[in-house]
Design a protein around this ligand. Structure first.
Ligand code: ATP
Ligand code: MG
Length: 398
C-alpha cells in the first residue's frame, strides 16, 4: 500500500496551553536530529494538534517510524494516505485498502477535526460505508472488525489510515531543563536517567571511578550505558564526566567507625555533584536510589546523605521494586550491559556492617577530622575527564 504520510499525535503537550509552541518546537527539533541522513526523504509539517511527516520516499517509512517512535513527546503515530476532502476520493482510498488487505469485516471510524466541514462525522460515515460495501465483498462488524479504517478530515486534506502505533510517550527532551545524573555501572541509575529524560529533562552524566581499583573495562561499561541512553534524547550531544575519586576514597579509610564509610562516601558524591551541577548549569541531581534497597537507601540514610545537597535530588526509581526496575532496564536495552561483572567503586569499599540508621550528628563527628574539603577542591580542579557522546561516537573533550 502506498502510504505517504506519518501522522504523529502529540503526547501530554496538548494540555500545556500557551507553552505548546515551545514544546512542539523542541519535539520537531529532536525528531529532525534523529532523522539526520534522511533529509531528502521526508518533509515535516507542524500543525496545532498534529505533526505530519510527509514521506517523499515511501520506502523509508518503516525506518522513519522506528526512529520517531522512540523520540519522547508523542503519544502515537499512524502511517496514513493523504487524499483530498471529497467523499468519493475518500471512499476510493478506503476501497483500495479493503482490496489490498482483503479483510472479512471492517469498521469505519471518522474524525472531523475541521468543524467547518459541512457534514458531521456520522453523516460522513453514512455516506462512505455504502460506497465501500458496493464495491467490495467486505462486511461491517463494529465490535470485532478484521480491519479498522480511520478517516481524519482536516482543513486541507483527509488522512486515511488503519493502524495506531503507540510511541514511547513522555515530553520532548529539553523542555524540563537540565540535570546531572549520578551514573554507576549498575541497573538502577541508567533507568533513572531514562525516566528523567522521559519527563523532558536533558541530562549530563557523572561517574565516580577509583582507579586502579576500578578497571578500564568498568569505564567502558559506563560509556556503553551512556551511548545506549543517548539514543533516546534526540539531542545532538550529551556529556559523561568521570571523576577520579581515589584520593578521597583513600582519605575515607580514616573514618573511625567503618560502618559509616558508605554513608560518608555518598555524602562526598553529593557534595561533588552539587558543585559540578551548579558549575554546569544543571538544576537537579538524579540518582538511582530505591527506598530500602540497601543499607544506604533506608529513609534514615537518605536523610543524612541528602542533608549535604542544596540542589533538589530526583530519585525516579525510589518507589520501584527491583523487578520493576529490571523490566524497564530490559526494555531500554541497558540491562545486559549493567549486569557485566566489573567492579564498581562502592563494591570495593563496603564495610561488613554498614549503618542502616545513621544519625546526622554522628556522621558529622565521623567526618570531622577528614581533609575532605581540600581533596574535593583538588578533584574539581584536576581529576575530571569529560567525554562527549555524539550519535555513534564517544570521544574525550579536548
Ligand atoms: P545502580 O543503583 O545504578 O544499580 P548500584 O545499585 O550499584 O547501581 P547503589 O549502590 O545502589 O548503586 O547506589 C545508589 C545510587 O548512587 C546509584 O543509583 C547512583 O545514582 C549513585 N552511584 C553509586 N555509585 C556511583 C558511582 N560510582 N558513580 C556515580 N554514581 C554512583
Ligand atoms: Mg541500586
Amino acid at each position: 500500500m502506498n502510504f505517504d504520510v506519518i501522522l504523529v499525535r502529540y503526547g501530554e503537550l496538548t494540555t500545556k496551553g500557551k507553552n505548546r509552541n515551545d514544546f512542539t518546537r523542541v519535539l520537531v527539533n529532536n525528531i529532525k536530529n534523529k532523522l539526520q541522513g534522511y533529509e531528502k526523504q521526508y518533509r515535516l509539517k507542524k500543525e496545532f494538534d498534529r505533526l505530519f511527516i510527509e514521506l517523499l520516499d515511501p520506502t523509508v517509512s518503516e525506518a522513519v517510524i522506528n526512529i520517531v517512535k522512540n523520540v519522547f513527546g508523542s503519544s502515537s503515530l499512524s502511517l496514513a494516505k493523504r487524499v483530498d476532502r471529497d467523499l468519493t476520493t475518500i471512499a476510493n482510498c478506503a476501497i483500495t485498502l479493503v482490496q489490498y488487505y482483503q479483510p472479512d469485516t471492517f469498521k469505519l471510524e471518522v474524525r472531523r477535526s475541521d468543524k467547518t466541514f459541512p457534514l458531521t462525522s456520522t453523516e460522513i460515515k453514512q455516506q462512505l460505508a455504502p460506497k465501500i460495501l458496493q464495491q467490495t465483498d467486505v462486511k461491517v462488524d463494529v465490535h470485532h472488525p478484521t480491519l479498522q479504517i480511520d478517516v481524519e478530515i482536516r482543513r486541507e486534506f483527509t488522512y486515511v489510515f488503519i493502524n495506531k502505533i503507540k510511541t514511547i510517550g513522555g515530553l520532548p527532551v529539553g523542555i524540563s531543563g537540565r540535570g546531572l545524573v549520578m551514573l554507576s555501572g549498575g541497573i538502577d541509575s541508567p533507568v533513572a536517567a531514562f525516566l528523567t529524560m522521559k519527563r523532558g529533562m536533558n541530562v549530563e552524566y557523572l561517574h565516580f571511578a577509583t582507579p586502579p581499583h576500578t578497571s578500564e573495562e568498568s569505564l567502558e561499561k559506563v560509556k556503553t550505558l551512556v551511548q545506549k541512553l543517548h539514543y533516546y534524547t534526540g539531542q545532538n550531544q550529551q556529556k559523561l564526566h568521570v571523576v577520579n575519586f581515589s584520593m578521597l576514597q583513600h582519605e575515607l579509610m580514616h573514618i573511625p567507625d567503618a560502618s559509616y564509610r558508605i554513608t560518608i562516601m555518598r555524602r562526598m558524591f553529593y557534595r561533588i555533584a552539587n558543585i559540578l551541577a551548579t558549575k554546569w548549569n544543571c538544576q537537579a541531581i538524579i540518582t538511582g536510589e530505591s527506598l530500602g534497597q540497601v543499607a544506604s537507601q533506608t529513609i534514615e540514610s537518605i536523610n543524612v546523605i541528602n542533608n549535604v545537597s542544596t540542589l533538589p535530588v530526583l530519585r525516579p526509581v525510589l518507589c520501584f521494586d527491583k523487578n520493576e526496575i529490571i523490566a524497564i532496564a530490559k526494555e531500554i536495552d541497558t540491562y545486559q550491559t549493567s549486569i557485566l561483572p566489573f567492579e564498581d567503586c562502592c563494591s570495593l569499599f563496603v564495610p561488613k556492617n554498614p549503618v542502616t540508621k545513621p544519625r546526622i550528628k554522628q556522621t558529622e563527628f565521623q567526618e570531622q577530622n577528614l581533609m575532605w574539603q581540600e581533596i574535593i577542591d583538588v578533584i574539581i580542579n584536576k581529576n575530571i575527564k569529560t567525554y562527549v557522546i555524539d550519535r555513534d561516537e564517544i570521544y574525550e573533550e579536548s
